[in-house]
Write a protein that binds this ligand. Structure first.
Ligand SMILES: [Zn+2]
Length: 500
């Protein structure tokens, strides 16, 4: 099982680095200042977990929630795919520690300050207001406040702290970045802790040998390991490291520790910055700290004692319908269908030329938000809450016609229906008023403008004559939504606008 994950990750990673290895850099936003809090947490864990014995072989399943952040107007949202890729690399990186991650949920939030400036005062306040302490919370954003930063962890640990991770959408699937941030989450510091504020060791600026203290005020770790518990990263089996250029896969410097001994840093360590060289690992002592953190009190909230669906989703679906180059007569009701994949209970569908995305729970979906006379390229991948490394189906193309299905069609039992108030304010309910000729059962569903189902009220009874049905909007952010009323005979859709 683990082997097949590794295989796919290796494939993805190989493909990725073929293009980017040459000048890729990794910079993490965890500063020496944040590192102090992480260090204090590690020391607290050491105290709390002194008598803790970890039994090998029992896998701990850790829930992860991905916040797919858009600008305040709803545009530019990170893709669900970024979360699926993140889980895939995390599960590969932590498999040998009996720690596995599964998808708790995707959350869709609109906040320009989180989207483009997450460490600003308003950005971190907005993040803080979104936190739900029952999973690791990862915010997928478009830009970082500081140039070059790909991701960061915000201490402190536990539901009274901050405890979130922010990652650029472009790097969630990278094999070093999120495993590294989750390492911080589990109380690990950089192997070069104390050198974060520099651009890395430099003989002219920092001396060779270096002095006893790092530029950020941390004791410099000695090569002979005698001060390892209280110097550098505080971990004894990671060698002394004063942060070195990370654009090469080999260490070629001649830096010396305060005793004049030559350094030999661990450049393939997950908690280092060496990007694009693969072969990453945590040391045994780091793994001990990770377990100490995972099983500590502040982390009770990520151990719900739940085992996800462990079925591996191995193969890619095959797109069936519409057929290649088919012209579908309607545009506002187009059914897409593909082969079911064993083990999958979710399908991620992407219209690649428009960026529209949908999640289906079966192997078909009816799209109601397409434009007339337009070509659409589509592909689909299968997953479940735990197995998210699947590949996309081959891409197919179809074209919509100009016929409308629902707008002109009528539901025979329904004389008319309306939405009041419209627009509705965020957090306030709206009402669907229905006039029917006979008693009828209808499913009421609310979908976002991108086709995502946000609420559904199946098999709702409407008596003959006029009746009213209340829809709460507590979970809806501002924006335009489609409300669909569907009986056995037909369906109709109207728009509702939710405003601040
Ligand atoms: Zn870092």
């Amino acid at each position: 099982m683990v082997k097949s994950i590794k295989f796919w990750v290796t494939l993805m990673v190989t493909a990725f680095f073929a293009v980017t290895a040459a000048n890729a850099q990794f910079k993490c936003g965890v500063t020496a200042e944040a590192g102090k809090k992480i260090m204090a947490q590690m020391q607290a864990n050491r105290n709390e977990m002194r008598d803790f014995v970890y039994t090998r072989g029992a896998i701990t399943y850790v829930p992860v929630r991905f916040f797919l952040v858009a600008k305040s107007d709803g545009s530019g949202r990170a893709s669900e795919r970024s979360g699926l890729q993140a889980l895939c690399v995390l599960n590969d990186a932590y498999a040998d520690q009996d720690i596995q991650f599964y998808l708790k949920e995707f959350k869709y939030i609109n906040s320009t300050s989180i989207y483009s400036n997450p460490t600003s005062f308003s950005g971190s306040n907005a993040i803080s207001g979104q936190m739900i302490y029952n999973a690791i919370n990862i915010f997928v954003v478009h830009e970082m406040s500081e140039e070059g930063v790909l991701a960061y962890y915000q201490p402190e640990a536990g539901p009274n702290g901050n405890d979130w991770i922010v990652c650029l959408e472009s790097h969630t699937g990278q094999s070093l970045v999120l495993p590294h941030e989750v390492g911080h989450f589990f109380s690990l510091n950089h192997t070069f802790y104390g050198w974060e504020s520099t651009g890395g060791w430099d003989a002219a600026a920092n001396g060779n040998p270096v002095g006893p203290t790092s530029p950020d005020g941390v004791p410099n770790e000695l090569v002979n390991g005698t001060n390892c518990l209280n110097a550098g990263d505080g971990i004894c089996d990671t060698p002394a490291d004063y942060m070195f250029p990370n654009n090469s896969c080999a260490y070629t410097q001649n830096a010396k520790d305060p005793n004049g001994q030559l350094l030999s840093p661990d450049i393939h360590n997950y908690m280092n910055y060496v990007y694009g060289c693969g072969d990453y690992h945590f040391t045994d002592d780091q793994k001990t700290e990770i377990h100490g953190s995972l099983f500590s009190n502040p982390r009770n909230y990520i151990r719900p004692n739940y085992t996800p669906n462990l079925t591996q989703v191995g193969s890619a679906p095959t797109a069936i319908s519409p057929q290649q180059n088919e012209v579908v007569s309607t545009y506002n009701s187009v059914k897409l269908e593909w082969t079911a994949v064993a083990g999958a209970d979710r399908y991620f569908l992407e219209l690649t030329n428009t960026g529209q995305r949908y999640i289906a729970t079966t192997n078909s979906i009816t799209l109601t938000d397409l434009l007339p006379n337009k070509s659409y390229l589509w592909k689909v991948l299968a997953y479940n809450e735990y197995s998210t490394c699947g590949l996309f189906s081959g891409q197919k193309i179809f074209k919509t016609g100009d016929q409308q299905l629902s707008d002109t069609s009528t539901i025979p039992e329904v004389e008319n229906w309306s939405i009041n108030p419209n627009p509705v304010r965020v957090g306030e309910p709206f009402f669907i008023k229905v006039n029917t000729t006979e008693a009828v059962q209808a499913t009421v569903s609310i979908t976002s403008i991108t086709g995502r189902l946000v609420q559904e009220f199946p098999q709702t009874d409407f008596k003959a004559g006029e009746s009213s049905f209340e829809i709460p909007t507590v979970d809806l952010s501002s924006g335009l939504y489609f409300v669909t009323l569907r009986t056995k005979k037909d369906f109709q859709t109207q728009r509702v606008s939710v405003i601040n």
